[in-house]
Design a protein around this ligand. Sequence first.
Ligand code: ADP
Ligand code: TRP
Length: 321
Amino acid sequence: MRVLSGIQPSGQLHWGNYFGSMKPNLDLVSPQCENFFFIADLHALTSLRDHKALEAARREIVRDYLAVGFDPDRAIIYEQSAIPEHTELQWILATITPMGLLERAVSYKDKVQRGLPATAGLFTYPVLMAADILLYQADVVPVGSDQKQHVEMTRDIATKFNNAYGKTFALPEPRIYETVAVVPGTDGQKMSKSYGNTIPLFGDEKIIRKAIMGIVTDSKGAAASKNPDACTIFKLHSLFLTKGEIAALADAYRHGLSYGDAKKRLFDAAMDFFGPMRKRRSELKDADVRAVLAKGTRKAGRIASATMEQVRACVGLRKSY
Ligand code: ADP
Ligand code: TRP
């Protein structure tokens, strides 16, 4: 089975990225699985126009992948831009993608509403994403619920291609953990790099503490009973706990745990959980990171090139010399 996911290097990774995308991919690591994890740097160009920031984010994100536990000997980690077949397949898929399908994409409308430039790149973003997935014949794509529509569009595009040219592509399944489908940000909305409400996965402890202390709550007094289900601190804290621990924490909220103490407990839980990853990250050497990328790019490139040969033959573009 092939499991594939990608994250845009458009800023520092946060808890939503970890619980919505990285952890579900890691949970599927097994001897029967090939795990692909790539850096969607071409996609990031739709929102980031600062080349220094993009270069820095690309570097950091590889370290993040390795720190959270991808085994460099088994996982296939690579940059999208290093494998030209992504854009080649995107074009071929674009020629069979109905405009109506793209016009229904919620994420395009959302992003334009939030102020991103309405470019052809942003509009055709889902076709590049379909190419990312289909190029590797991925079976499972772990994503947060915001990306579900994109994976469904990928299935539609693959079906159109298979109907037009004969069965070529496997249809991928989105893998969404209901419990972490939407990790809330410090303001209670979906945590997102573009909303300024994130808690960073790595980086300065002080900044992480500040973000946690800044989580918005209602104005109930310190000793008052709280409703855990309506509380962002509780929702975030639950990500780190077992079912039994969640029930015990919910009781503490109902019995008057103060928001200040609840935030301290959340900070400690997060530090315990991410501590070993932070340590691993700090020990990574630049040369090791580069070696992982070089190896991942070679492996991914071989698969991409085989798929593209098949696709070219299907559509009538086989090399004629
Ligand atoms: P952002 O919204 O911060 O820009 P991305 O769009 O780069 O994040 O998301 C990368 C991956 O992380 C996607 O699979 C996405 O679904 C997942 N993800 C991002 N934010 C969240 C969140 N708040 N809850 C669950 N999953 C998320
Ligand atoms: N669109 C995804 C996001 O913003 C990133 C992405 C690009 C992706 N290509 C992908 C995710 C392929 C999974 C599979 O989060």
